[in-house]
Ligand binder design. Structure first.
Ligand code: CUK
Ligand code: CUA
Length: 647
């Protein structure tokens, strides 16, 4: 059976999904939907010209954030977030290592899924970007003036954190929720050593709201205890629905093995609608229970530029059974994945992985049903609303395996169909499909610049495909995922460009370049903007200081030498700290520092910045160090020696 022939058959869908395999018979597809020259003109960014949009793509299992230009698809930078990054020493250097501390100790890797640009009045504002970690549950903040990770908060009482990092319209909160329910003891919510098949009795989940609008001060403001389902994605309300957030869940069967979960017996799972303003009110009135919940808060100290890690040990927990009016369940067909709120804030749209329709809920109908107390039943204190009373409409024939939806701000929604490999455009008011375009292959998320906000910037859509197959030159068994740029400015969608992406971009964001490009930091003024306690202002301040078995080398780097560059007096058993200050005050002149045999990577030091590399020598002798970044005609000469003597 060829891929095309099974493309839009429900049987094929079920088989593919259940077997978990992709029976593609890929032929090279040379056709595009636009004429090639037309497409080329639309994506061509001439040498020396800048792209129109910054796109921020999660790196999935790379743990990082990828920065791309649109429409060119050029990869501009990788920003390390949850994984160590040898390229610049992130997570290795003394000044950045604390960012990767957790209650489990130092964790050098993460799985980054959903980047989200901070918002003001429901519109991306370009101050920060938040992104979640799906394995050891965390949320990070990236500063969009330096493109550096400046803060990481661990989420306690949670296993996985997938429904994150979605922001409320004024970035008051970032959402989080447990991807995997876990057994929690009733008193303290601590993870229990119990039999896994006691899932139904013992397992629970939490939904968390993280205060996010003050840099360096992220905190879990409150957690809401929820039944033991798997919480998948979320989206904040806006406009009329501002004050609410929506979370999809699956496994309402509370099965504890995948075979049972895959059977997905229940016709409907739930969207949890959370009135976070109500929850906030409960929390502010002290109507929550403080429970233990060890979690790390790590941030870069604004004054010193050094990362610091502190352990927090408590969290405020609300229980829907004790705190009514805070959570409602919206029955939602067949294992919902994405949930998205349209730009008007009126419609809530779910993507049911196994559903043959897309349900569109109306926010005002939901409020009306809540006011009438029209509830079908109650689960652990959470009222379940009636599906038909919430419905604005159902989109028929939306493609197989609908996952995620974005908006153009002109009344249309665009939904990815994973199994039938297409994007389906539909009219929100009429809930009718108006256009569809094939993607290559199996799109997960899609992204329209600003397309999740109250004012989409429109024009382009990027399909973030899971399977690449034959789209690029083959590179062994692994191919980078394929992103596809689609023109949505007209009635018909037009494919413009394929480009490869690093890791697995689950979700992405894009903002007009003009919003932030003139705010980019170019240097650190060494006198006023470098508060690092180990800095040197000039070569006269450099030197070597011994403190017990610690040796501190206060070193300068400027084209094209290090001072000091001959270091002696080090003994085996010493811990050597190279504090390297880059004395340059010129944009884009970093110096690198690496020493033979160091297991802490290198440091790449920006102009005016100080970075610290720790080196614990393991052999005696004389070892070279050198600058790793080609910084001048005499870059190759930028080197020195360190001598290590026996104890
Ligand atoms: S998930 Cu990857 S396709 Cu982590 Cu948002 Cu849906
Ligand atoms: Cu400094 Cu190369």
């Amino acid at each position: 059976m060829s891929f095309q022939s099974i493309k839009r058959t429900a049987l094929g869908a079920a088989l593919l999904l259940i077997a978990g395999s992709f029976a593609f018979a890929c032929q090279s597809t040379s056709s595009t939907d636009a004429s090639n020259s037309d497409a080329a003109e639309k994506v061509y960014v001439a040498p020396g010209e800048h792209d129109e949009f910054y796109a921020f793509m999660s790196g999935g299992y790379s743990g990082q954030l990828g920065i791309y230009g649109l429409p060119s698809g050029r990869h501009l930078k990788t920003v390390p977030v949850f994984s160590q990054f040898g390229e610049n020493g992130y997570g290795y250097s003394e000044d950045t290592r604390p960012l990767l501390q957790t209650s489990f100790g130092f964790v050098p890797w993460g799985d980054a899924h959903h980047p989200k640009v901070s918002q003001t009045d429901g519109v991306p504002d370009g101050r920060w970007l938040f992104i979640n970690e799906n394995n050891t549950p965390r949320i990070a903040r990236v500063d969009l003036t330096t493109f550096e990770t400046t803060e990481v908060l661990e989420i306690p009482n949670s296993a996985g954190n997938h429904a994150s990092a979605f922001v409320t319209p004024n970035s008051e909160y970032v959402s989080a929720a447990t991807r995997f329910s876990i057994p929690m003891d009733e008193e303290n919510l601590q993870n229990q050593d119990v039999s896994i098949d006691s899932y139904k009795e013992n397992f629970n989940g939490t939904i968390s709201f993280i205060r996010a609008d003050k840099p360096g001060e992220m905190e879990v403001s409150f957690q809401i205890l929820v039944p033991g389902y798997d919480y998948d994605l979320s989206h904040a309300g806006k406009g009329p629905s501002d004050g609410w957030s929506f979370f999809t869940s699956y496994n309402s069967e509370e099965a504890n093995t995948m075979l049972e979960k895959n059977a997905s017996r229940n016709d409907k799972d739930f969207i949890a609608a959370v009135n976070w303003r109500k929850a906030e009110e409960y929390a502010n009135n002290g109507e929550c229970r403080m429970v233990p919940g060890e979690h790390a808060h790590n941030h870069v100290n604004h004054d010193t530029g050094l990362a610091e890690s502190e352990m927090r040990d408590e969290v405020c927990v609300l229980n829907p059974a004790d705190n009514p009016g805070m959570v409602y369940f919206l029955p939602t067909p067949k294992s919902p994945h994405g949930v998205d709120v349209d730009p008007t804030g009126q419609y809530i749209i779910a993507g049911g992985k196994l559903s043959t329709i897309i349900p569109v809920f109306a926010f005002d109908k939901m409020i009306d049903a809540i006011e009438r107390e029209s509830f079908a039943k109650d689960i652990d204190g959470i009222p379940v609303l009636n599906y038909n009373e919430l419905l604005h409409g159902e989109v028929e024939n939306p493609g197989l395996g609908p996952l995620h939806t974005e908006f153009d701000g002109k009344g249309y929604a665009y939904t990815t169909a994973f199994i039938s490999s297409e994007i389906v455009k539909w009219d929100i008011e009429k809930t009718e499909v108006v256009d569809r375009i094939d993607t290559y292959y199996s799109p997960g998320h899609l992204m329209i610049p600003g397309g999740d906000s109250q004012e989409p910037f429109g024009q382009y859509l990027v399909a973030l495909n899971k399977i690449t197959k034959d789209r690029y030159l083959p590179t062994g068994p692994e191919l980078w995922h394929s992103a596809q740029l689609i023109d949505i400015s007209g009635d018909k969608m037009k494919l413009l460009l394929d480009f490869p992406t690093s890791g697995e971009p689950h979700y992405a964001q894009a903002i007009p370049a003009d919003m932030i490009k003139d705010k980019q930091r170019k240097i650190y003024d060494i006198k006023t903007e470098n508060g690092n306690p180990y800095k040197v202002l000039n070569e006269d301040e450099t030197g070597i200081e011994r403190r017990g078995n610690e040796v501190h080398v206060y070193m300068s780097a400027i084209r094209s030498h290090f001072v000091p560059d001959n270091i002696e007096g080090i003994k085996l058993g010493d811990e050597v700290y190279f504090h390297v200050t880059n004395l340059e005050q010129d944009w884009d002149i970093p110096h690198g520092f690496a020493v033979q045999g160091a297991n802490t990577a290198e440091v790449l030091v920006m102009p005016g910045q100080t970075r610290t590399l720790k080196w614990t020598p393991t052999k005696t002798g004389v070892f070279p160090f050198y600058c790793t970044d080609f910084c001048s005609a005499l870059h190759q000469e930028m080197q020195g020696y360190v001598r290590v003597s026996p104890e």
